[in-house]
Design a protein around this ligand. Structure first.
Ligand code: NAG
Ligand code: NAG
Ligand code: NAG
Ligand code: NAG
Ligand code: NAG
Ligand code: NAG
Ligand code: NAG
Length: 676
């Protein structure tokens, strides 16, 4: 096979240069994730001490890692230590692309020196992306794979990885020469060993020897050099740059190229380096494609994943399979088109037709003990739990819910697995959501954390966006409320109760949805979730769901009910039946976000059971989104797609946020976004 030949070529290209020295330079092999090299798992434990203070370097990237607090969280250090090492305050935002010193305790575990950090996977992450893009080369994909139990194809959002950051302690020879610390310097494009040595006051041979480099070797961006230092590094040494680095291209297809760089005095080695990196990229691509192919296979067999979830493995920057496959001479690999059409085929599932006896057995004859709520019962089919809803009348032919759900396969929409019609009643069998409804969870003693709430909001937005934009015909849920949002065992949301859902009639001429107004005279819904145009005129548009979604966001933020009876004044003696007696959440948010003292008012509005363990700036963003969703004017409300984009940003910042830093983050970020 082609790729085996390539691997052989690559191995031949990389013959190790044996130089007497301390630790071996990684030599860009960190990009070849599916092969192990001596150098990629870590720096070997060859020092005098088995643990020591060492320094990492990290380049700030606003808006994610731009303050001592956020960088400390990513790298498992402490904000105060980072602040002190860089002579800045620990909440001070750092400007983009500044190299920061990060002091860490480095210790020997099994045979490598390392500093442990942990990282929660985000969407699109692969081992290579985490190692190269997020950690900037402070770890390698090989080391990540060696120390985490998850196969590369099993990486899913939310998993926590253990991240071994490369560091080292001085060897006996270095200690004898007065070396106290080894600094893990991140190579940037434009760097070469002589300039780095000069900047840190080292002789070139010492620097080269510390990394087992010879003077002919080249160094690559997103790798580290160990700098043997006799005294603590200073921020000034890091900031001295001979030339500003070119901004990293967001998705550079070719490997980091250095042709705009006049510093490197041995162009022939740059050429070899780029060529080798290309080969490596090709090898990685071929591996990824093979894996992706296998994964597609696995997906069609499993048939549970939502059709719009992206394959995670092949989404690395610069690794666009279609493009690179074009460069392969006679490639038998599938084009990306065939992959995607094959991937969508499995979505449609047929429903099981149950016998009443099966349902009776599963629910112990619809016993009280099995009743979840109302006419919904828990059933157990040979150990698999399901929820069974009893509906009066035979709705199997006309029922929108069955017609709609049987066509839908989305991980955030409750799955209908089958039904039964018996003596005029319909029994609908759904997947079971063990954690119950969101309204139940919000008002129970075991409260949801900030992260869980944001994830739920994102899940619901994802489901609604899917209904509005990706089903044929598009449809409106029309009954969104927290009691219709169910939670599975890991507290991920599943939209349920599609009894009032209705297809959106779209004419064939590609008309805009709003052009065709749907009206109903039969206004049904839950008080507090219905937008004014629906209550007053029966207007049905997707913005009806957007309004209700805004109310759900407000409940997630505040823990309050969508509509609550106002505490009656003691003197008041009217029966408390008027509408004016009710507090609507959708109305209260305007008062919170308008006028003065927004920060105090928002803190007062937030759910007290969160115990202030949330980043106020993100809560503010979510409250603003909620406020726009519940706008009185239809056109002022965002579309569900827009709301989902905003929530994705909030979710990704939330995943980076550490509850234990709650206070510091609040101080650092509220001054930026809430400066009123
Ligand atoms: C350490 O120093 C001694 C004497 O200078 C030398 O013989 C030896 O090779 C050095 N060891 C390493 C690993 O550099
Ligand atoms: C890998 O390391 C071992 C032991 O340190 C050494 O014997 C071997 O030669 C190294 N292999 C390569 C390819 O450098
Ligand atoms: C730290 O920064 C302050 C002002 O920002 C400066 O006065 C002081 O000299 C700096 N200290 C060191 C050790 O660089
Ligand atoms: C790092 O080492 C220092 C000194 O040994 C110790 O005080 C500190 O608690 C350690 N920090 C961590 C996070 O282990
Ligand atoms: C880091 O992780 C490794 C592997 O799990 C473990 O053996 C080691 O004890 C950890 N080191 C520290 C300092 O926690
Ligand atoms: C490594 O990360 C940088 C910065 O995000 C990116 O520009 C570069 O393309 C990445 N390299 C690879 C091989 O993915
Ligand atoms: C990978 O994921 C599949 C499906 O979730 C699971 O069955 C398998 O055990 C996982 N493999 C490992 C090694 O965790």
């Amino acid at each position: 096979m082609n790729w085996m030949v390539l691997v052989v070529v690559v191995v031949v290209v990389f013959i190790l240069i044996e130089v007497q020295g301390q630790q071996s330079y990684v030599d860009n092999k960190q990009l070849d994730c599916y092969n192990h090299y001596n150098t990629t798992d870590g720096y070997v434990c060859n020092g005098v001490e088995s643990s020591c203070l060492s320094y990492l370097t990290f380049r700030s990237i606003p808006p994610y890692y731009y303050s001592p607090t956020s960088i400390a969280y990513l790298l498992g250090s402490e904000p105060t230590r980072i602040a002190a090492a860089n002579n800045i305050s620990d909440v001070q935002p750092i400007s983009a692309d500044t190299l920061i010193l990060v002091p860490v305790n480095c210790s020997c575990s099994s045979s490598y020196y390392q500093h442990n950090a942990s990282y929660v996977l985000k969407s699109g992450d692969t081992y290579l992306i985490v190692a190269n893009n997020t950690y900037q080369g402070l770890t390698t994909c090989q080391a990540l794979m060696a120390q985490n139990p998850f196969p590369a194809i099993n990486l899913t959002v939310g998993l926590t990885l253990q991240v071994p950051l490369r560091c080292a302690c001085p060897t006996a020879n270095q200690t004898a020469a007065g070396v106290k610390f080894l600094l893990s310097y991140l190579v940037a494009s434009g760097d070469d060993p002589p300039t780095i040595a000069q900047r840190f006051g080292l002789d070139l041979p010492t620097l080269l020897q510390a990394n087992r480099l010879s003077s002919n070797d080249i160094i690559y961006p997103f790798t580290q050099l160990l700098l043997p230092l006799t005294s603590k590094p200073t921020p000034a040494q890091l900031q001295q740059r001979s030339s500003p680095p070119p901004p990293p291209p967001p998705s550079a297809a070719p490997p980091p190229n250095s042709n705009n760089n006049s510093k490197i005095n041995k162009p022939i080695f740059v050429g070899v380096g780029v060529g080798a990196a290309c080969l490596l990229l090709l090898v990685i691509t071929v591996f990824l494609l093979l894996h992706r192919r296998r994964r597609q296979h696995y997906q069609s067999a499993a048939a549970t994943e939502s059709p719009n979830s992206k394959p995670q493995v092949a989404s690395g920057p610069g690794l666009e399979p279609g493009k690179i496959a074009d460069y392969l001479p006679t490639s038998p690999l599938p084009s990306s088109d065939t992959i995607s059409s094959r991937g969508l085929g499995y979505a449609v599932e047929s429903l099981t037709l149950y016998e009443l006896e099966q349902l009776q057995r599963a629910t112990q004859f619809f016993s009280e003990a099995n009743r979840i709520q109302g006419s919904v019962f828990r059933g157990s089919f040979e150990g698999d739990d399901a929820a069974i809803k009893v509906v009066i009348g035979d709705v199997s032919q006309s029922g929108d819910e069955i017609n709609l759900l049987k066509r839908i396969n989305h991980s955030n929409i409750i799955r209908l697995s089958g039904f039964c019609v018996h003596q005029g009643h319909t029994y609908l069998v759904y997947e079971y959501a063990p954690s119950g409804s969101l309204s139940h969870c919000l008002h129970s003693p075991t409260t949801l954390s900030w992260k869980q709430r944001v994830q739920i909001a994102h899940d619901v937005a994802d489901a609604l966006n899917y209904l509005h934009n990706f089903t044929h015909p598009p449809c409106i849920h029309n009954n969104l409320k927290t009691s219709n949002i169910l939670l599975d065992a890991s507290l991920r949301a599943k939209l349920s109760n599609f009894g009032l859902a209705r297809p959106l009639l779209v004419s064939h001429g590609h008309n805009h949805n709003q052009d065709q107004l749907q009206l109903t005279r039969h206004v049904v819904g839950t008080h507090g979730y219905m937008p004014p145009e629906y209550i007053q005129n029966g207007v049905i548009t997707p913005k009806l769901d957007v309004f209700a979604f805004g109310v759900v966001l407000l409940e997630l933020l505040s823990g309050r009910e969508a509509a609550a009876a106002a505490t009656p004044a003691p003197s008041s003696n009217n029966g408390g039946s008027g509408d004016d007696q009710e507090l609507l959440l959708s109305a209260s948010i305007r008062g919170v976000l308008e006028g003065d003292h927004v920060r105090d008012k928002l803190e007062g509005f937030m759910d007290p059971s969160l115990k202030r363990e949330y980043p106020l700036d993100l809560a503010f963003s979510m409250a603003q989104l909620a406020k726009s969703c519940v706008a009185t004017q239809i056109n002022s409300r965002p579309t569900m797609a827009e709301a989902l984009i905003t929530l994705s940003k909030i979710l990704s910042s939330t995943l980076d946020w550490d509850p234990s830093d709650a206070d510091e983050l609040q101080h650092s970020t509220t001054s930026l976004s809430l400066g009123r």
